[in-house]
Design a protein around this ligand. Structure first.
Ligand code: MF3
Ligand code: CO
Length: 265
């Protein structure tokens, strides 16, 4: 195995869990304010307050020069959309991605929200993104290989007639936001590094209704789908132990954690 993957003790996992569950509350708070007419820059302010309320420090602002505490990726924006004066419209799909820390331990999560009532295609994509992420999490088992995660995501995505954006990968997380290993979201079963107890992995596939090709915008950050198709993304953190895998970022939403329903109203 790659010797540079920092494996976590049970105590370290509990610290990561604290940060992850607090971040989940931030994402749940955002769900209550995402409505038609709200500007994405308003969500930035709500996120700042929610991070503080839940005992977290945002870590995206200044990360590699990124100038906001959250990413707000609307419709055809695949990832890293910047908050702006864009007013959310009924039927939009918006992904909010936020990274934070508590006592040095990082949390990083994203949810896709529907604005008002979304169309059937958007709903299909959103559900597929959720199910693909959960399938990836379920495949992150000690004794398996990293490619198992990507294969599970790919299967679930294909089943729903969606595509996975290949170039966006997951990552380890701990006292740094991005740690080894790189987690493929599109891969072949049985390939890649072994998955071992102590790994804490972020799984965050981006799905689209179109080709899965993306292009970078000249704001320096946003990636859009090349064909203008809708995209959606969930990001979860899993802790791999010898006998079980836990989703650290879905502690509170376990009651609604089933294979078809994403975690919001
Ligand atoms: N959640 C994102 C990730 O996992 C954080 C990076 S956003 C950036 O990579 F815009 F700051 F790059
Ligand atoms: Co991430």
């Amino acid at each position: 195995m790659n010797p540079y993957v920092p494996l976590k003790t049970r105590l370290e996992v509990e610290r990561l869990r604290q940060a992850a569950e607090a971040l989940e509350r931030v994402l749940a708070d955002l769900a209550t304010v995402i409505k038609p007419g709200v500007q994405t820059v308003d969500l930035e302010q709500v996120a700042r307050l929610a991070l503080t309320r839940h005992g977290l420090n945002g870590v995206l602002e200044g990360y590699e020069g990124y100038p906001h505490p959250i990413c707000t990726s609307v419709n055809n924006v695949a990832v890293h959309g910047r908050p702006s004066n864009y007013e959310l419209q009924p039927g939009d799909l918006i992904t909010v991605d936020v990274s934070a820390e508590r006592s040095g331990w990082r949390a990083d999560s994203a949810w896709t929200y529907g604005v008002g009532k979304i169309g059937s295609e958007g709903r299909r994509l959103q559900r597929a993104a959720w199910r693909a992420t959960l399938a990836g999490a379920a495949a992150a088992r000690a004794g398996g290989r990293l490619g198992d995660i990507g294969a599970a995501i790919l299967d679930e995505s294909r089943r729903a007639g969606c595509r996975v954006v290949r170039e966006f990968t997951g990552h380890g997380i701990g006292t740094s936001l991005h740690e080894p290993p790189t987690v493929p979201h599109s891969a072949t079963r049985g390939t890649g590094e072994p998955i071992v107890p102590g790994m804490v992995l972020n799984i965050e596939p981006v799905l689209t209704l179109g080709s899965g090709e993306v292009a970078k915008l000249d704001d320096g950050w946003s990636y859009i789908t090349a064909d203008g198709s809708l995209s959606a993304q969930y990001e979860v953190t899993v802790s791999v132990r010898s006998d079980r895998t836990d989703i650290l970022t879905l502690g509170r939403h376990r009651p609604v954690l089933n294979r078809s329903t994403p975690p919001y109203g």
